[in-house]
Ligand binder design. Sequence first.
Ligand SMILES: O=C(CO)[C@H](O)[C@H](O)COP(=O)(O)O
Ligand SMILES: [Fe+2]
Length: 228
Amino acid sequence: MNGKTIIAPSVLSADFSRLGDEVEAVCRAGADWIHLDVMDGHFVPNITFGPPVIKAIRDRTKKVFDCHLMIAPVAPYIGAFACAGCDIITVHVEATTHLDRSLQAIRDVGCKAGVSLNPSTPESVIEYVLDRLDLVLLMTVNPGFGGQAFIPAVVDKVRRVKSMIGRRPIHIEIDGGVTQETAPLVSAAGADVLVAGSAIFKGGSEEAYAENIAAIRTASDGAMMRAA
Ligand SMILES: O=C(CO)[C@H](O)[C@H](O)COP(=O)(O)O
Ligand SMILES: [Fe+2]
């Protein structure tokens, strides 16, 4: 995709006791999308929230709800996440036996379809589903927790995915350990959507969120322009 970096704060690092207010604050602070990390304690060793919580915060903003499903099985729940108000639904290739069917099911409920790859998963798994995809999410940490260190080996995978998708209108999203230091690495390699949790919610105030978002945006937009 061409243009400016899309910043998608992960509410995993927000204050859950004030989740609706946090969503409003980070939107006012400059968020483009809201990234929602759904974890089941089975596919990943952590549990977060599901459709009722997403539905409860849906009316706090009109911004895109970017839902990252770290659950297995995932197919039976796609309809519930669409009804809760998600705009993009991303499934892990490692969590679905029938990736093609899951992606089609996401589009059938009117959402954009994404696939996520763990750091060790080769990009070849998406070769035959490119026409069913709106977004590829490349994990730069092992999924399950916020605040982990960025895995630099994935930068090469970003370049390969960029080359695979060619001129198709598919977003490349990076998730895990994104900071103003690591953002330029993936933006230069072709990523256009950056998820960040701890690097955006640090500071705990709307002013801090605005500064944190601006720092990542400046670093990534600069790298994207230099690479163009
Ligand atoms: O999917 C995720 C973890 O599985 C989160 O989106 C990700 O870790 C964001 O948190 P941080 O920016 O703190 O790494
Ligand atoms: Fe995520």
